[in-house]
Design a protein. Structure first.
Ligand SMILES: *Cc1c(COP(=O)(O)O)cnc(C)c1O
Length: 435
């Protein structure tokens, strides 16, 4: 395989990201087969090496980025690196505007790897008080075993974050929008706070900002541009887009690459090439097209819910009534600078008889009767998905903590799909009649 990194058609940097997510690198040294228009799905665990010397070179090269190597990668064994995942990484780095990306077997594998790479025993992590259920469980149940301390704070409140910072704090971690309640955290404001604190600290003690961008996707928001150091995301959701495979990614500075890829090799949560292929071939290339259509429908659905007498509150960043609408307009922008409030809606139905069962009645009715509403966890698929975070995705958080943080049993999370929006609204209207 010749080194084609300098091929004249590799002038992608002059093109829009939307085009680049479809083409990737026109000619990639990661890909041995020149004439496929679609990259073949690799299904080989191990790679033939022409000599012991080449094998030794492959091991020696490991954990060095392509730029550092200056030659085509020598693949050795899938868990170390393979063509499909590596091509996906190139495209994810471009999508998020990061220096490097690494894929993992799941979003949780990516999140746990990022936190464990940035914090070690004796360090302290601050995370937002509402998190995806498994991230909450990871921080609560596993960080203490590694003697990594944590504080859960309201990260929409800068003073609360400032008060939680200790000399040992190394990581500020949050989702924005937050799963499931759609609160936004101001990335640029957190950046200013971190800069202020880091000013007196040596490099090794600096605080890093890690943002989970799963809900927004890089189409709607680029945390690295807004001041985050590292992005984590699940590829299982809107980036994968079709609900066929689990995966995750960490995107960030080149300085993290070495530790992160060693972590992946040794803890073993590498993304299977068969799971890298769908987001590479279907997911990322259609992200913009899907997201533009999700958003149009999501805004219509949010307006419908907002005016419905049985709905108590609707949280969608695209609504003018959204309490953080100004921040949403600043922070959630697509590649062309248009407002991009995403595909996720959280709403609370009224609970007239005080039984906390109104949301469950609505969802159960929809699960049995509504053609376009599917009761299922996960999100960002072509089908509209509905679920009850209080009792499902956020079950890891104790009820008193959920209630104290504003998560209620009648809260409903909706991931808007690509169906005709009239049908989605008609089905939601019928389901609301049951409450
Ligand atoms: C689903 C999800 C994750 C975890 O991703 P997996 O691919 O399921 O491991 C992390 N963060 C958020 C916000 C999610 O919605």
């Amino acid at each position: 395989m010749s080194d084609r990194t300098e091929h004249p058609k590799n002038n992608e940097s002059g093109y829009q990201i939307r085009s680049r997510l479809i083409h990737g690198r026109s000619h990639s040294a990661r890909w041995d087969y020149d004439h496929h228009v679609v990259p073949p799905m690799t299904a080989s665990v191990t790679f033939r090496l022409d000599s012991v010397r080449r094998g030794a070179q492959g091991f020696e090269d490991f954990a060095q980025s392509e730029e550092q190597l200056g030659h085509a990668p020598i693949y050795v064994y899938d868990r170390l690196g393979e063509p499909n995942g590596d091509m996906l990484e190139d495209n994810l780095a471009a999508a998020e505007g990061g220096e490097m990306a690494l894929c993992f077997a799941s979003g949780m594998a990516a999140i746990s790897a990022a936190i464990c790479t940035l914090a070690r025993s004796g360090d302290h992590v601050i995370a937002h008080k509402v998190l995806y259920g498994c991230t909450y469980s990871f921080i609560k149940n596993w960080l203490p075993r590694f003697q990594i301390e944590h504080t859960l704070a309201d990260m929409a409140d800068l003073d609360a974050v400032r008060q939680a910072v200790t000399k040992q704090t190394r990581v500020l971690y949050f989702e924005t929008p937050v799963n499931p309640d759609m609160r936004l955290i101001d990335i640029a404001a957190i950046r200013s706070l971190a800069d202020e604190i880091n000013a007196d600290r040596p490099e090794s003690q600096r605080i890093r900002i890690v943002v989970d961008n799963t809900f927004a996707t890089p189409f709607c928001q680029r945390p690295l541009e807004l001041g985050a150091d590292v992005v984590c995301e699940s590829l299982t959701k809107a980036i994968g887009g079709f609900g066929t495979d689990i995966g995750g990614a960490v995107i960030g500075p080149r300085s993290m690459y070495h530790d992160l890829i060693l972590f992946r090799k040794d803890f073993g949560a590498a993304l299977s090439p068969k799971s890298a292929w769908p987001p590479l071939v279907y997911g990322l290339p259609t992200l913009a097209t899907r997201m533009i259509n999700y958003q149009k429908t999501a805004l219509r659905v949010a307006h419908f819910l907002e005016h419905h007498p049985k709905v108590e509150a609707v949280h969608y960043p695209g609504l003018r009534s959204f309490p953080q609408y100004d921040l949403a307009c600043r922070q959630m922008r697509d590649y062309r600078g248009q407002f991009a409030p995403g595909s996720m809606i959280y709403f609370v139905v009224k609970d007239p008889d005080g039984t906390d069962k109104a949301g469950e009645r609505l969802i159960d009715w929809a699960a049995q009767n509504a053609y376009t509403l599917t009761l299922a966890v996960s999100l960002g698929q072509i089908k509209t998905l509905i679920e009850a975070p209080y009792s499902m995705t956020h079950a890891a958080m104790p009820d008193d903590e959920k209630l104290a943080r504003g998560l209620v049993p009648s809260g409903i999370r909706l991931s808007v799909g690509l169906e005709d929006w009239h049908d989605i609204i008609a089905d939601l209207g019928a389901a609301l009649e049951q409450v």
